[in-house]
Design a protein around this ligand. Structure first.
Ligand code: OOB
Length: 549
């Protein structure tokens, strides 16, 4: 029976915790102290550029204090939980640290999530607060989503909105960025201790409900400090943040937290297009950027078209979240003279980076080296036996910043973790003689749509609720831009509507939208078939379906 923290998160076994402390990985600092330390060291450095605003570390920390006092006044307390679903705006970081300083647990939702996902976070955690934008950048009314969530979750008592608040509380009223002559008396930090859960990240998932990942201050900050070193961040670094800020890559690999650790600045952008990004890179003399592979081509095309050497002006371009094609990596280095870093990570923990000094072949053809010598890596065959050196197998991992189980998911944990605590990543990899890891594929039921992960089962379960759908199977189709897109194969009940309409799949897509699935999970293609192929085992034969594409 694994040890648990209060409230359903699986703890590290005591002997491992002791080892990670003795080795200096876990230093007993919580995220609130982390921000204090950065503020002491780098008070007048700019921490965040957001539109026309520049926020120093001193302003940042005092805004967090102010926000803690305001949230306390409005009734939030240590032990509360809050779903945070904000766009790339300074409010995201201020709310995140304020909740932590208050001892409340942020749940890191992404702006793309809709009712189905957000509601499941409330259901799983009984969170009592929700922080969202009015419309965000997606022209979607999050306040309507808040009302829907309130109806189905009596636990949700308070909603805070960035922008037009309607009947809800205002996020902007929670803090000011001005340094006050008589600052609000900060309430004494109630942040949880470093060995406790700091916040809940989200799993890309391979099952029906998006799983929650509890990360402790100790484990997360270890990965942040090491990542900042590997990425060679310093107080002059400026990291362009156009991926969703709450994603684990954006947060910690080395991400915004790596920047705050180093005294540098995060440059926030709300749209990853090359037009917007290049303008920000030029304006702020950005040194670092993190991207998913799907964005690399449009960036290269724009740079080539403008005959602009903007990409080589960066100290580092990080690419991760999905496999970067070798030819694209090669082009980045050869034609654009980019200092490329591949990043292969997961919200559950383990992160690998190619290192700056590596040979070009290693940077192009591998996903680099793990962070820690105590990241334990197994590459196993179907029978859980180690494969020969250099052969492809299932990646399992355990280490000082990899979780030991999902939040409140005992049954699922029995499948996703071995009894001795290794996480089954669902990735197929090979380890080269030099230790570099190469991602060769995937065994998990997941589609990686340009870095956005789709659990096939989640979409299948949503589709099957349609009254006329009989059977359904979601498969990946290769895509030049996104790497993969999704195709739903569907069979229908006998008495059908107009089959041509069904074939076009229009009503099904609308159905899934109304169901409240995030847009990126809605199948790119819908195929109507009468008879599904089956394996000898009696399961739907997805391999045969893929061949029909
Ligand atoms: C990152 O985190 P998640 O949790 O959204 O997704 C993790 C999964 C991995 O298990 C793997 O299947 C895939 O995304 N992945 C890659 C990859 N990076 C992630 N597959 C191939 N090549 C890569 N470079 O995606 C994430 C978290 C932290 C840092 C970077 C990415």
């Amino acid at each position: 029976m694994p040890q648990t923290y209060l409230d359903g998160a699986v703890a590290y076994p005591a002997e491992f915790a002791q080892k990670y402390r003795e080795k200096g990985y876990w230093i007993g600092q919580n995220l609130s102290e982390f921000l204090h330390e950065a503020t002491e060291k780098y008070a007048d450095n700019i921490a965040i550029y957001c539109a026309e605003q520049k926020i120093t570390y001193r302003q940042f920390n005092s805004a967090v204090d102010c926000c803690v006092a305001s949230l306390y006044q409005r009734g939030l307390r240590s032990g509360d939980k809050a779903v945070v679903q904000l766009p790339n705006h300074h409010a995201f970081y201020i709310i995140f640290f304020a909740l932590i300083r208050l001892g409340a647990l942020p749940i890191m939702s992404l702006p793309a999530h809709r009712f189905s996902e957000v509601n499941s976070f409330f259901q799983q955690t009984e969170a009592n607060a929700y922080f969202c934008a009015d419309f965000g950048t997606q022209k979607f009314d999050y306040r309507a989503l808040a009302r829907q969530c309130q109806q189905s979750n009596p636990s949700l008592k308070q909603v805070f909105v960035l922008g037009e608040t309607a009947e809800f509380d205002s996020i902007s009223a929670l803090y000011t960025l001005e340094i006050q002559d008589n600052p609000v008396q900060p309430i004494v930090s109630q942040a949880s201790t470093a060995d406790q859960v700091a916040f809940l990240q989200l799993s890309g998932g391979s099952t029906g409900i998006p799983k929650l990942i509890s990360r402790t201050h100790d484990d997360y900050l270890y990965s942040v400090r090491e990542s900042a070193k590997i990425c060679e961040l310093n107080q002059y670094s400026k990291l362009l943040m156009v991926l969703p800020a709450a994603h684990n890559f954006s947060m910690s690999s080395a991400g915004a937290l790596g920047i705050f650790y180093s005294g540098g600045a995060v440059v926030l952008g709300t749209d990853p297009s090359p037009e917007t990004s290049f303008t920000l890179i030029r304006k702020h003399q950005v040194t670092d950027a993190c991207l998913v592979p799907a964005l690399v081509r449009p960036w290269m095309d724009k740079a080539a078209c403008d005959q602009d050497d903007i990409l080589s002006s960066l100290h580092c371009l990080q690419v991760g979240g999905a496999r970067l094609a070798d030819v694209v990596a090669n082009r980045l280095i050869d034609e654009f003279n980019v200092n490329l870093q591949q990043v292969f990570g997961m919200a559950e923990g383990l992160v690998n980076y190619t290192r700056f000094g590596m040979h070009k072949d290693q940077i192009i053809h591998t996903q680099g080296l793990k962070i820690s010598e105590d990241d334990e890596i197994l590459v196993l065959d179907e029978d859980d036996q180690p494969v020969a050196q250099g052969e492809v197998g299932h990646l399992l991992t355990r280490g000082p910043y990899t979780i030991r189980g999902y939040y409140k998911a005992e049954e699922h944990n029995a499948r996703s973790f071995t009894p001795d605590g290794f996480y089954r990543t669902g990735d197929l990899v090979r380890i080269l003689e030099d230790g570099c890891i190469v991602v060769e594929g995937r065994s998990k039921e997941q589609i990686n749509r340009g870095g956005e992960k789709i659990a096939t089962e989640e979409v299948e379960q949503a589709l099957i609720t349609h009254p006329q759908v009989q059977l359904v199977s979601l498969v990946a189709m290769p895509d030049d831009v996104l790497g993969e897109k999704s195709c739903a194969f569907v069979s229908w009940q006998a008495q059908q509507d107009d089959p041509s309409e069904i074939r076009r799949g229009l009503n099904l897509r609308q159905y899934l939208k109304d169901y409240g699935l995030a847009h990126y999970k809605i199948p790119d293609r819908v195929e109507f078939i009468q008879h599904f192929p089956y394996t000898a085992f009696g399961k739907i034969d997805k391999k045969t379906l893929v061949k029909q594409l």
